[in-house]
Design a protein around this ligand. Structure first.
Ligand code: FES
Ligand code: FE2
Length: 416
């Protein structure tokens, strides 16, 4: 973030503290229809028209450091494999043999210079997926190898994070993410390593999980330990970014200000967490607020100078979601069993906050599936949720949304 953006966000926080109502002319949202979380029809539309067109995080470069290293990626339902070529480029293919559809690799990670299907040993080149050998080829009549290549998947990288997209017509990744990669340059993404991973299945729709991270209206009520919240949600600035993405900067509460040697919420200090390797390029506003980005559809990152997690949400079915969160830092540790105390403490307190967020999710889904709630009212502070739903409808196609299940497009004028 450059200093111009930091000043602009600080001025916006001041405005948010001082306002007595939503800004003049801000739209009143109709309720979000509950069927968006509960109906088979809506879930099927997402599966059919949303997920196959989105860039989603599939791996981190440090998972496949050497030529021939591969990892599989199954979180979208279609099995995929990501493999690093001898030219150092990571490519993605469907992990589906073009003979009779067996998985080409069964291991979730490994190293191989050739992708040899484990069923009848059809073998494919790791660079272009071309079919290079077929046992007993004489038994096929006129087998055209050129028609039996492994099918490729779009695969592009942002600062060490590898994304895939099943839509060959999708925007290039960096254009899709713009302006976030530019704003997050200061995180030194290419130098980061994976510290720890967590994963949990929650019995609720994936949007219920995502929405918990799109507002801080809940923060002091759910995460206010002993009545002391570290954030002051009244000053939170929600910025709606193109293509369903968003940014949220929330000032520290008085308690957190004093703990960090600040005299006011905007008295940003160069706070360095003791014991952690500091990402020294991170600006002081980020160090003295809670700052987070959302990348549509399923990635949230609360950023910090000592390391930070990426949180992702993967639908299993309409009522079950796998949440994953992976922490990154400038330090490279041999294994998760080997972490220094400051990191184990940090992971423990982060996991505790996640559990506080998870508590509501299964009961909320049960309520949404009952007749006890007829619609979900969203307020100005929760507008990132509305923005997220608008983008879902745009991806699916406004004309394909079943009657009564859509959200009107109301926020175009508020996107930065
Ligand atoms: S299914 Fe792969 S070689 Fe037969
Ligand atoms: Fe929360």
């Amino acid at each position: 973030m450059d200093s111009e953006l930091v000043s602009r966000l600080t001025a916006r926080m001041r405005y948010e503290f001082e306002r007595t109502a939503p800004p003049e002319g801000f739209p009143q949202f109709p309720d979000i229809p509950v069927e968006r979380y509960t109906s088979d029809a809506f879930f099927d539309l997402e599966q059919d028209a949303l997920w196959p067109k989105c860039w989603v995080l599939a791996a981190r470069v440090d998972e496949l450091p050497r030529p021939g290293d591969f990892v599989t990626f199954d979180s979208l339902g279609s099995p995929m494999i990501l493999i690093r070529g001898t030219d150092d480029v990571v490519r993605a293919f469907y992990n589906t043999c073009q003979h009779r559809g067996a998985p080409v690799v069964r291991e979730t990670r490994g190293t191989s210079r050739l992708l040899r299907c484990q069923y009848h040993s059809w073998s494919y080149d790791i660079h272009d997926g071309s079919l290079v050998s077929v046992p007993d080829e004489r038994d096929f009549v006129d087998l055209d190898r050129s028609l039996r290549c492994l099918k490729t998947v779009r695969c592009e990288e942002w600062d060490g994070w590898i994304f895939v997209n099943q839509d060959s017509a999708a925007l290039p990744l960096l254009e899709w993410l713009d302006p976030i990669p530019h704003e997050l340059d200061e995180l030194q993404g290419p130098r980061l390593s994976t510290v720890a991973r967590r994963s949990e299945v929650i019995p609720c729709n994936w949007k219920v999980t995502a929405e918990a991270f799109l507002e801080v209206y809940h923060f002091r009520h759910i995460h206010g330990h002993g009545g002391e919240s570290i954030l002051d949600n009244r000053g939170a600035v929600m910025s709606l970014l193109p293509r369903g993405a968003s940014r949220m900067i929330t000032p520290f509460s008085r308690t957190a200000q004093s703990a960090n040697g600040m005299t006011a919420w905007d008295d940003y200090q160069h706070v360095v967490a003791p014991g952690f390797t500091d990402i020294d390029t991170v600006n002081d506003m980020v160090r003295c607020t809670s700052s987070a980005y959302s990348i549509f559809p399923n990635l949230i990152t609360p950023i910090a100078a000592y390391g930070f997690p990426f949180i992702t949400f993967w639908p299993i079915d309409k009522s079950n979601t796998r949440i994953e969160w992976t922490h990154y830092s400038l330090d490279r540790f041999a294994s998760e069993d080997d972490l220094p105390t400051q990191w184990t403490t940090r992971l423990h307190s982060f996991d505790q906050i996640m559990q506080e967020d998870f508590w509501n999710m299964a009961p909320m889904q049960r309520s949404l599936e009952s007749s006890a709630i007829s619609g979900v009212p969203i307020n100005y502070q929760e507008r990132r949720i509305w923005h997220f739903h608008e983008q879902i409808d745009r991806m699916i196609g406004l004309d394909r949304i079943p009657d009564g299940m859509g959200v009107p497009q109301l926020l175009a004028d508020y996107v930065e």
